[in-house]
Write a protein that binds this ligand. Structure first.
Ligand code: ZN
Length: 239
């Protein structure tokens, strides 16, 4: 009996660890600018293409190391953060703009959603909500595949980003989900926990997520199915 109690006490911290990510942070319904876990990239030496971007502290520190190492080898090739944390409100702005452009032409909610989902997330389902994911230098596959500087950058990222904890979630050869994104990198030691919590919630209490999503079309599409595909269909290296 005593042994059992001891065992429960010992395992309790590990059992609760998985629940330390609050739902609002998982689905981006918070303000990264006022959150103490987040740091403004403007206060760091990281080059950015616009002011006002934030990331969690640990991925920022690791990204700075990667940036320095890259610049030592390739001082003339741009290594610029072009997207970092995007909260629900921001993502909803992207979604709404694309919805307004596409829905009048396609006149079908599911088709419109699938078209947007080639490159943009449904609000509440983006890895950019987590403060662990960044886009580097360009969001054009052609830059990384055809441009001389882009090719060097891409090869360096693939070879070196794992050393700093980053994985690439959207590569080639997946069954579904987003198109390949050479520019998108994720800080795995933290994003893995977010992913696991997302999986757990969709399995055990999916209504807790579904009821919080109110973007255009959310109630006319196979929301549950699309969340499964677009959150979970990632490279195995990020799992
Ligand atoms: Zn991205």
């Amino acid at each position: 009996m005593k042994k059992n109690i001891l065992l429960i006490l010992l395992t309790l911290p590990f059992m609760t660890m998985a629940n330390t990510i609050p739902l609002n942070k998982l689905i981006g319904q918070f303000n990264e600018k006022t959150d103490s876990q987040f740091i403004s990239l403007d206060s760091t030496e990281l080059p950015v293409n616009k002011p006002g971007m934030y990331l969690q502290k640990e991925p920022t520190e690791q990204l700075i190391k990667a940036y320095h190492d890259f610049k030592q080898q390739h001082p003339d090739i741009p290594f610029v953060v072009v997207s970092a944390t995007r909260n629900y409100t921001y993502q909803n702005g992207i979604w709404q703009r694309k919805w307004d452009a596409l829905y009048p032409k396609l006149k079908d909610e599911q088709k419109t959603a699938k078209e947007i989902l080639k490159y943009s997330s449904m609000p509440g389902s983006s890895r950019h909500h987590w403060g662990t994911d960044i886009d580097i230098t360009s969001v054009s596959s052609a830059f990384f595949k055809e441009n001389k500087q882009g090719k060097i950058l891409y090869q360096w990222l693939q070879e070196n980003m794992p050393k700093y904890g980053f994985c690439r979630p959207y590569g080639e050869g997946r069954k579904g989900g987003y198109q390949p994104e050479e520019w998108h990198w994720s800080y795995k030691p933290i994003s893995q926990n977010y992913l696991n919590e997302y999986k757990r919630l969709l399995k055990e209490n999916k209504q807790s997520i579904l009821t919080k999503l109110n973007f255009s079309g959310h109630n006319k599409i196979t929301l549950d199915e699309l969340l499964q595909e677009f959150v979970f269909d990632i490279n195995s290296e990020c799992n």
